[in-house]
Design a protein around this ligand. Structure first.
Ligand code: SF4
Length: 253
């Protein structure tokens, strides 16, 4: 399915246009940052449009130190706060009690449960009160993302619009932007990582491997997604917004 863009956005819009459209049509917009390269680009573009950015990130409790370092570098570079969202303590206690500290290595179902507890549930809580959220997902990253919509109704978080400004961009576009503007980027890329998540679930990749091959690398023939951007039944449908975007239950400005 090809993205259906709402009125007000030209076909094949550049990320800056998409961001301007989002900030112009929704009052409460969250950038949900993983602090991978795509987050760096989105935050840099957004900082040129707005000074009062809302940036959220999920601290699963298992992130590499380098991700925490990156969060601080972004705070310092742009002078913006970053809301670090943590999982529910009782949920973590129950997960560890029932399945141990590293359940993800034991089965794909337990890996998905860990992602749900440490990522999906905290994100759902953190997004309450927002109208739209921005994500760095790109079509080229994986077959599961090949139909990513630039703007979509988020069926996983009813009432929210999910915006993927870089959906059409390639890896070269992302790194070209970062190099050209000297944008801060996660240090693990310089150690061979091509996708960065939790420390025990991510390794560097070899030349020629799929971009996301280092995620949950011990699993064979499993979908390399944690549930934030993909489920078996799909999470989103193309958004159909009225001109100007708002006032129709979409939470427009
Ligand atoms: Fe748990 Fe690994 Fe998912 Fe992080 S990536 S939430 S440690 S299963």
């Amino acid at each position: 399915m090809i993205a259906t863009l709402p009125a007000g956005l030209a076909s094949n819009p550049q990320p800056a246009e998409v961001l301007r459209w989002a900030y112009g049509n929704f009052s409460r917009v969250a950038i949900v940052a993983s602090f991978q390269a795509e987050s760096s680009v989105i935050i840099d573009i957004a900082s040129r449009i707005r000074s009062d950015l809302s940036v959220l990130t999920l601290d699963t409790g298992r992130l590499p130190q380098e991700t925490h370092d990156m969060i601080d570098r972004v705070r310092d570079r742009y002078g913006i706060p970053v809301d670090v969202v943590v999982p529910d303590a009782d949920d973590i206690k129950d997960l560890v009690h029932a399945h141990g500290t590293n359940p993800f290595y034991r089965s794909p179902d337990l890996r998905r449960l860990c992602c749900e507890v440490r990522k999906s549930r905290p994100l759902a809580k953190a997004l309450v009160g927002y109208d739209a959220w921005l994500t760095g997902v790109r079509r080229q990253q994986a077959t599961t993302r090949s139909e990513t919509q630039v703007v979509a109704e988020d069926l996983e978080h009813p009432g929210l619009v999910k915006v993927a400004p870089l959906a059409m961009w390639t890896k070269d576009h992302v790194w070209g932007y970062i190099r050209e503007r000297d944008v801060p980027y996660h240090s693990l890329y310089d150690r061979g990582y091509t996708s960065i998540g939790c420390a025990p679930c991510t390794r560097a990749t070899q030349p020629g491997e799929d971009e996301r091959a280092g995620r949950w690398w011990w699993e064979q023939d499993e979908v390399k997604e944690c549930g934030l951007h993909w489920t078996e039944h799909g999470l989103v449908r193309a958004a159909s917004l009225p001109p100007g975007g708002g006032g129709s239950g979409w939470g427009g400005a």
